[in-house]
Design a protein around this ligand. Structure first.
Ligand code: PLP
Length: 357
């Protein structure tokens, strides 16, 4: 009998999440997974080295020192914070606890549907129009136990008005998750809403603005009752010792964070202007990437044009992200913001493509 016959039936239909390519070999300009193009704070390496001698010991099961630092920074109690093995871990815990009837939006972070199907839950996905306006009325009346909203959104980069999210929390009868993986690059975030709305959960990550994607640390801010439930379904040592130490050092170096965020935002805004100067429709981004719809010089656009530019750049070892599987996303490319030098190479390649396309 095939071994798969022993598996839970719903697992047989699962499709694993497909992360962006991590190319092997040298010389790539990697603008496809929204990583920070700068190194992390130098304090991280120091903290990790210092922790090396303690590797025979298990880490703090609750990531206690990091929880305390995050809580203090956000003006909360440690009981209102949970730390995870990346924010993906936290999103998974949220679906484990609340994911019976999940609502998400499209386009959005494509991991949510995968997590829901792992738990064999129900998912309702609400499509955005091209204007990316948040339809609070439509979402609030849906029946669901949890609603995921990515703000700033991925892959468009659009941030939703805080008041709209507040109204959604007020009116939706369930947990509202604001996935704020990119909030450090935005003008504002949802933290102030937590004081009024017990059902709001905010998730954050060290993978983007802190330049620590390889360390795998994320966290959530929520009501203590929610955190208590998430803690019950968490792996007991879900964040390793080196990751806890490195993330804590990065978190304490807020000056460094501010500096790199300022650089990324400046590069982002000038790259968006450049896309618009080509006549390409480009969403206003509050994150560290740009979602733009390429056009040829004779104003052709669409999936073939986006695919052609994607392939042209890849041949030149510039990797951006293309989502061909949906009519909303297929005419666009998502381009992570690199260093000034990387963006100059990208812009030169785009100019050359435009001459021939
Ligand atoms: C919207 C969103 N949420 C969460 C994550 C996951 O972040 P982490 O690396 O903390 O698991 C990503 C990663 O790309 C993301 O785009």
């Amino acid at each position: 009998m095939p071994l798969s016959d022993y598996a839970a039936p719903h697992v047989l239909d699962l499709h694993a999440y497909v992360p962006g390519t991590q190319p092997s070999g040298e010389g790539w300009i990697k603008l496809n997974t929204n990583e920070l193009p700068y190194p992390c704070s130098p304090a991280v390496a120091q903290a990790i080295m210092a922790e090396m001698t303690r590797l025979p010991l298990y880490p703090s099961p609750t990531s206690a020192p990091l929880r305390a630092a995050i809580a203090e920074h956000h003006g909360l109690q440690p009981e209102q914070v949970i730390v995870g093995n990346g924010s993906d871990d936290i999103l998974n815990l949220l679906v484990r606890v609340f994911g019976g009837q999940t609502i998400d939006t499209f386009p959005s972070y494509s991991l949510y549907p995968v997590l829901v199907s792992i738990q064999n839950g129900q998912l309702q996905s609400v499509p955005f129009g091209e204007d990316m306006k948040l339809s609070v009325d439509k979402l609030a009346e849906l029946k669901g136990s949890i609603l995921f909203l990515t703000t700033p959104n991925a892959p468009t980069g659009v941030a939703f008005p805080r008041d709209d999210i507040g109204h959604l929390c007020e009116r939706f009868d369930g947990i509202v998750v604001a996935d704020e993986a990119y909030a450090d690059f935005a003008d504002r975030d949802c933290r102030p809403l937590m004081d009024k709305h017990d059902n709001l959960v905010i998730t954050r990550t060290f993978s983007k603005s802190y330049g620590l994607a390889g360390l795998r640390v994320g966290y959530a801010l929520a009501h203590a009752e929610v955190i208590d439930l998430l803690d019950r379904v968490r792996d007991s040592y879900n964040v390793n010792r080196l990751s806890q130490a490195g993330a804590l050092a990065a978190f304490r170096d807020q000056d460094y964070l501010r500096d790199v965020v300022r650089k990324v935002r400046r590069t982002r805004d000038s790259f968006r202007q450049r896309c618009q100067a080509h006549g390409w429709f480009t969403y206003p981004s509050q994150s560290n990437f740009i979602f733009t719809r390429p056009e040829t010089r004779d104003s052709r656009r669409g999936p073939e044009v986006a695919q052609a530019l994607f392939a042209y750049l890849r041949e030149r070892k510039i990797l951006v992200r293309y989502f061909p599987n949906h009519p909303f996303t297929a005419p666009f490319l998502r381009i992570s913001i690199g260093t000034e030098a990387q963006m100059t190479t990208l812009n030169d390649a785009i100019d050359q493509w435009l001459q021939h396309a």
